[in-house]
Design a protein around this ligand. Structure first.
Ligand code: M7G
Length: 185
């Protein structure tokens, strides 16, 4: 018998086809709900560092689409880990795997319910990993900060390395290339 996960998860792949809209370029790849099926999927797909520039993977709880517009994401936000170009060959794959294990292993104690999913963006200007949570409002700061501290602990990153939390509403409405950061750790 396989080992069941607490949640069922869906893997999405984004490839930037300029002839199509952003949403259309998000493709649902597969879903799984056991430890064994997670590893089967993970071992079968390309590592993040081998994706073409402009592509993403997203892993979300099944039923939540990896976009701001989804009912579960629309009031939410993300913890953002920005990598520099050199880190594609060093940290990117290890960080992404660790984040996947945090998600499927429900590593965020009392706040695992607040997790929607995670995204890795492979970009020429520097790769990014985002951990999306359900509610970006100030009243939820205990949970947001607890999740952020756990991310840093699990990735083994210290005070010299900042991660920032941004609401999707701010990210979506940004006019400059920098959006407002609600929290920094
Ligand atoms: P990105 O791929 O998150 O990061 O956003 P990047 O700027 O490093 O490439 C690029 C663009 O994709 C955004 O400016 C939006 O036009 C679009 N986009 C990204 N996300 C996450 C969404 C989303 O959730 N919904 C919609 N409609 N567009 C999005």
């Amino acid at each position: 018998i396989k080992h069941p996960l607490h949640n069922k998860w869906t893997l999405w792949y984004f490839e930037n086809d300029k002839n199509k809209g952003w949403e259309e370029n998000q493709r649902e790849i597969t879903s799984f709900s056991t430890v064994e099926d997670f590893w089967c999927v993970f071992n079968h797909i390309k590592q993040a560092s081998d994706l073409r520039v402009g592509c993403d993977y997203s892993l979300f709880k099944s039923g939540i689409r990896p976009m701001w517009e989804d009912e579960t994401n629309k009031n939410g936000g993300r913890w953002l880990i920005s990598l520099d170009r050199k880190q594609r060959s060093s940290e990117l794959n290890a960080f992404w795997l660790e984040i996947l294990l945090c998600l499927i292993g429900e590593a965020f104690d009392d706040y695992s319910e607040d997790i929607c999913g995670a995204v890795v963006n492979v970009r020429a200007k520097g790769d990014k990993i985002g951990i999306w949570t359900v509610d970006a409002s100030r009243s939820k700061s205990d949970g947001i900060l607890s999740i952020g501290r756990k991310i840093k602990e699990r990735l083994g990153i210290g005070a010299e390395y900042q991660i920032v939390y941004q609401s999707h509403r701010d990210t979506a409405s940004r006019t400059s290339s920098t959006s407002k950061n609600s929290f920094t750790l």
